[in-house]
Write a protein that binds this ligand. Sequence first.
Ligand code: ADP
Ligand code: MG
Length: 506
Amino acid sequence: MGRVVLGVAVGVAVAACAVAAVMVGKRVRSGNKWRRVVGLLRELEEACETTVGRLRQVVDAMAVEMHAGLASEGGSKLKMLLTFVDNLPTGCEKGTYYALDLGGTNFRVLRVQLGGENSSIVDQDVQRQRIPQHLMTGTSEDLFDFIALSLLQFIERKENGSEQSKQMRELGFTFSFPMKQTSVSSGILIKWTKGFAIENMVGQEVAGCLQQALARRGLNMRVTALVNDTVGTLALGHYYDADTVAAVIIGTGTNACYLERIDAIIKCQGHLTTSGGMVVNMEWGNFWSSHLPRTSYDIELDAGSPNPNDQGFEKMISGMYLGDFVRRVILKMSQETDVFGPISSKLLEPFTLSTPSVAAMHEDDSPELTEVERILKHDLEIQDVSLKVRKLVLKICDVVTRRAARLAAAGIVGILKKIGRDGSGGIAGGRRSDINIRRTVVAIEGSLYAEYAMFREYLHEALNEILGEDIAQHVVLRLTEDGPGIGAALLAASQSTLRVDSVQQS
Ligand code: ADP
Ligand code: MG
């Protein structure tokens, strides 16, 4: 009996040792896995590093590229497109104007009633709708028919068949893709961005396409202002505040425009404007510099995009891409360890994680990170991850968003440097804090900036770091919602060839 007990006791002890050995082995292996994941996170952080020194290099590169793009066609990756907008709205515009805003994710139809003084917008109606996916890659006729029909239905609802509807009206059209403008109301599409790809449109006159579609619907309207969303935003910013000199969009894509002296636009020599200036659409999404902190994820994201080697700055900053960048990091970690469990098919699929989901995870302040858990489950079919792994995901969102926002800030300071509003002596000068700096307003629009508080905070923080408090206090970033559309209506008003009081006033 005693021997049996001893035998059982020894057997139990051996089994216990074996179990313990397996447990320890597992822990070691999971410890290794966790170290690998942390290693990948550290690599990501290092590769995304945006020290003030590096951001200042990006600022300088932006200012240099701006010069090059203004000097000659094709002189830089920055197209620095002429807009022929030489006068910005002043606040005295009067009448009722319509506008269309075709930008990316959403399409907007607007009607704006302008009071005629003190920058007063008496009334405004905005109708938003998503652009059906199939129209983004179909034919130009289908796209413009959809736009014209939406406008027709909107006008019918607003005007209810009144006499006014028979009068000729002037329309502002915001078309946020690179165009070679030939006047303030005409331009040729250079290329599509942001997921649009309608083959027969590139090289065509954009206002003409819309004009034909309006005629097919029997609409008596003329496109008098064809503008980019940045230009619309600058127009609205300037309508409210005459110190507004630049506008930046941070939404599906990213871009900027600013008011330049006409004599600094070398490539449009001989062109005179009454104001002595012209708005330049930078198309900064295509900016590139070796100083940008590029990671292996950027390279893969670019290679898998419909437009490789294009829009490099945009792909590091804008809403179309941030979600997919985060997905790629999680995928890499899943491939190298099993901390996320088995690799789900959703995780392998591009663009399954959206930027609003990244924002929601990043801003999850619940103790258990329940929103992170929900989104991982819902968007990526990643189940049952520990709190430690949820914290890791939150950190990835932070690193990616912080880099994006800080690069956008560097871009803005690049513009300020180019126009001598950054407190330095211009492109050749060193930094000076004794300089008498003017108040400078930059209008900003786009849901990534408007809706994502952490993005905004990081952007503002970087702006202060780069400029220094003394200079930064003179720079105002002003959220200018619906700027692209309302601004186009304002430009239609300021470009109006009709007698404002008799014809346009409602
Ligand atoms: P568009 O640029 O198409 O004119 P928006 O300015 O509304 O339209 O930007 C839409 C983009 O903004 C979306 O692609 C999305 O990535 C991003 N976005 C929208 N809402 C949020 C949010 N809450 N947080 C972060 N990003 C957002
Ligand atoms: Mg937009």
